[in-house]
Every structure is written in C-alpha cells, then in structure tokens.
Design a protein around this ligand. Structure first.
Ligand code: NAD
Ligand code: MG
Length: 396
C-alpha cells in the first residue's frame, strides 16, 4: 500500500493511557494505519518522542509556549511535523478532510468539541471519551447521524456489548434483547465499608486492581462514578432505556459485559483486562487484528464472581442513573461537578467521600430543560462547575 492508501488516524489525547495503547497497535500494523495527527496537553517530552516515532503531519498542544518548545525540539531532529495549538486546532485535526479515523481519548469535557467535529465531518470515531456522550448525548448522536460518521465504542464494557449485539437493529426490543448487563470491577474500594473510605488518599484511589488508567478515570472507578457515566454512555450508544440496563459487579474484569436475549441466551465478551483488545477491535472493525494481548488461560481462572452493586456505599451510581432519567442538561451538570470534585480530591483539597457529596449537591435542584445546542451544554457545564467550586470551598 502507498502512504495515501493507509488509514489516516488522528489521536486526540495521544499522550494518555488510551493514546499510548492505540499507538502500540498502530506500530504493529504500519501496513494498515498511518498517524495523521497527535495531540497532548501537558507532557511535551512524551509528545515529542511520539512525533519522532510516528512522524505525524500535525501535533497539537495546549498553548503558544508549548508549541514553540515542541517546534524547537522537532527542528533539532529534522522532523517535519507541524505544531499547532489551542482548542480550534484540536477540532481542525479531528475534522480534517484527509483524516479517516479519530481516536477520541482526551479526558473529560475538553474532549467534547473536537469529538463533535469528527462526528460532523463523518469520520470513523473510536470513542474513549465517554464524557462527551454524557454531556451531550442527544446532540452528539444527531451529529453522528447527520455527518454520516461511524461511532465505535472503545470503553471495554461498551465494546463488549457492541460485539454481543447484532450489526444493525432498529431497537433493542426488535433485536430480541431483554437486558444489557454492564459489568464493573467495583474498583479498588469494592470491599471497604464507608468508615474505611473516609481517609483514603489519591494514591490509594488511583491503584486500580485490574486496569492501568489515567488519574481521573481511576478515581471515577473508585467512587464508581465511572460505572454511572458508563450507564449513561450505554443508553446513548445502544439506544437503550435505563430500565434495560443493569449494573453487575464482577471483580475479576474478565467478562467485559453481557447481553441477555428473550430466549434466555446470554452473550458475553471475555478477555484479559487490556484496553488494546477493544481499541484493536474498533481500529480494524469489522475485521480482526493482532493486538499483542495476553491470551485468557481458562485453566488458570479460578473463579468468576458476579454481585449486585451497593448503591449505599457508592452513591454516584444512583446520582448518574437519576441524571439520565431526568434528562436535559442534568448529565452534563453531574459530569462537570464530578470533574471539579475529582480535581479537588487529587489536589488533596477535599476527602474521598466529599466527591459524591459535591456531585449530589449540584444534581439536587438542577432543573434545566433540553439543551437546544452546544452553547446550552457548555453553559450548563460552566454553571455546574461554579456551583461545585462554591460548595468545595465550604468543605475545606
Ligand atoms: P489520561 O489522563 O491518561 O490521558 C488524557 C489525555 O487527554 C492526555 O493525552 C492529555 O494530554 C489529554 N488532555 C487532558 N486534558 C486536556 C485538555 N484540557 N485539552 C486537551 N487535551 C487534554 O486518560 P485516559 O485514561 O487515557 O482516558 C482518556 C479517556 O478515555 C477518558 O475519557 C476515559 O474515561 C476514557 N477511557 C479510558 C480507559 C482507560 O483504560 N484508560 C478505559 C475506558 C475509557
Ligand atoms: Mg469502562
């Protein structure tokens, strides 16, 4: 294949955990994929190394200073990557006419606008940034439809569900689906009682037993807000009502989710907890490629356990389910409040149990209608952040 026939890939958030795993797969298949653009926010050295290794046409950083620094470093290497900066540049490399595939792996609300640009331009989108669907699910799914984009879920649970559903279906009922079973490990504090959670540190919260991930999603896993956000993500991705989805705690993270059909059949997708499996599944879809992932050895799997979630110890689960049932901008508000609370926890300004309190504080009494456009979502996000911040200062 010539370079122009290779699938051109933009990775938004290349320096993060998902970005690095994606590049690992691309390196194994350089006969199929070529890197068009890489973006990073803070780790310029890491982005520099990635630019040297993958020679993208563009690299995008946060600001002019970072761009000048990276440009200097690349020039010394004789590297021709052009360095851009700022939010508009993120959207530009996501929606660029020469791009086929966009890996949406920025963490948090910052991922929304560039991922939306990819949707509007009809790209193949590998969605890791669940926050964009949580914030603006209706607008996002409409943009995917109108833009003719292909939306593929990278989140391991949603990728599992995607693999267990028929290729196309009108509604879950028409497909004979009776339940979607969204599994979650329960996080590092699965077996701790509330009093033991009072003084846990960011280090303890970020030490996930099965998955190695960025800090924000690691804390979300510890509060189980991650499962709550994934519940909302699943409603949008699979056109599911909230009563069609059930959360199941599965500590081993071997079964990545399940779909139950009317005849009693339950299909599941299993594999080692390694994000390269769902990323490779999306990159090569509908074909399959090698992902460098260790094989499951069934003779060494001593047991697979499944439990009901504990809504008392993990109140973020209920807050998220209530938010999608309430609709409008409530999911955007709880997402924003959660981002502020997690940042404050990581900065040691508030305790672990304050995270659900901050989110609940913002969710309670939030009664905004359907957003009529992106501007409404962004103003709800900002308003919720301001409310969360105000509450956080009372906790210090
Ligand atoms: P990470 O923190 O490791 O990486 C985040 C990336 O986003 C980095 O490249 C960072 O530079 C960039 N970034 C951060 N703030 C930004 C901003 N304001 N503007 C532009 N870029 C910014 O995170 P991660 O674990 O790779 O997760 C990325 C996304 O994928 C999240 O939405 C997460 O929920 C989702 N996800 C991750 C995993 C996982 O295993 N890590 C699994 C499922 C879903
Ligand atoms: Mg997940």
């Amino acid at each position: 294949m010539t370079a122009s026939q290779l699938e051109q890939v933009t990775i938004l958030g290349a320096t993060g955990s998902i970005g690095v795993s994606t590049l690992d797969i691309i390196a194994r298949h350089n006969d199929k994929f070529s890197v068009f653009a890489l973006t990073g926010y803070s780790q310029i050295d890491k982005l520099f190394e990635q630019c040297v290794a993958y020679a993208p046409r563009y690299a995008v950083v946060a600001n002019a200073d970072a761009a000048a620094q990276l440009t200097r470093m690349l020039k010394l290497q004789g590297n021709k990557t052009q360095v851009l900066y700022g939010e508009q540049a993120l959207a530009d490399v996501a929606g660029h006419v020469d791009v086929d595939t966009v890996v949406a792996a920025i963490v948090g609300a910052a991922g929304l606008v560039p991922t939306l640009a990819a949707a509007k331009q009809g790209k193949k989108i590998l969605l890791a940034n669940k926050e964009s669907l949580v914030m603006a699910g209706g607008l996002f799914m409409a943009a995917v439809k109108h833009g003719g984009a292909t939306l593929l879920p990278v989140d391991s649970e949603h990728n599992a569900i995607f693999q267990c559903l028929p290729a196309a279906y009108e509604s879950l009922e028409h497909a004979g689906v009776s339940r979607v079973l969204l599994t979650g490990s329960g996080g590092p504090f699965r077996d701790r009682c509330r009093s033991e959670l009072l003084n846990v540190t960011p280090e303890q919260a970020c030490a996930h037993p099965n998955w190695s991930m960025g800090q924000k999603i690691s804390v979300d896993s510890a509060t189980m807000m991650n499962k709550g956000l994934e519940f909302i993500e699943a409603c949008w991705l699979f056109n599911a009502r909230s009563d069609q989805i059930e959360i199941v705690v599965h500590p081993q993270s071997i079964v990545h989710s399940m779909v139950e059909y009317a005849d009693g059949s339950v299909l599941c997708q299993m594999g080692m907890p390694d994000m390269r499996t769902p990323i490779a599944n999306c990159l090569s879809w509908p074909e399959r490629i090698e992902a460098g992932v260790e094989r499951l050895d069934f003779t060494r799997l001593s047991q697979l356990e499944f439990h009901a979630p504990d809504f008392e110890r993990f109140p973020c689960l209920r807050i998220a389910i209530d938010a999608i049932n309430q609709g409008g901008t409530t999911p955007a508000a709880i997402n924003a409040a959660n981002e502020e609370a997690v940042a404050a926890f990581l900065a040691r300004k508030i305790g672990f149990l304050d995270i659900p309190s901050v989110v609940a504080q913002v969710a309670n009494g939030w009664s905004h209608g359907e957003p009529s456009g992106l501007a409404d979502v962004i103003s709800a996000d900002q308003e919720a952040r301001a409310l969360a911040q105000r509450y956080i200062t009372t906790l210090k």
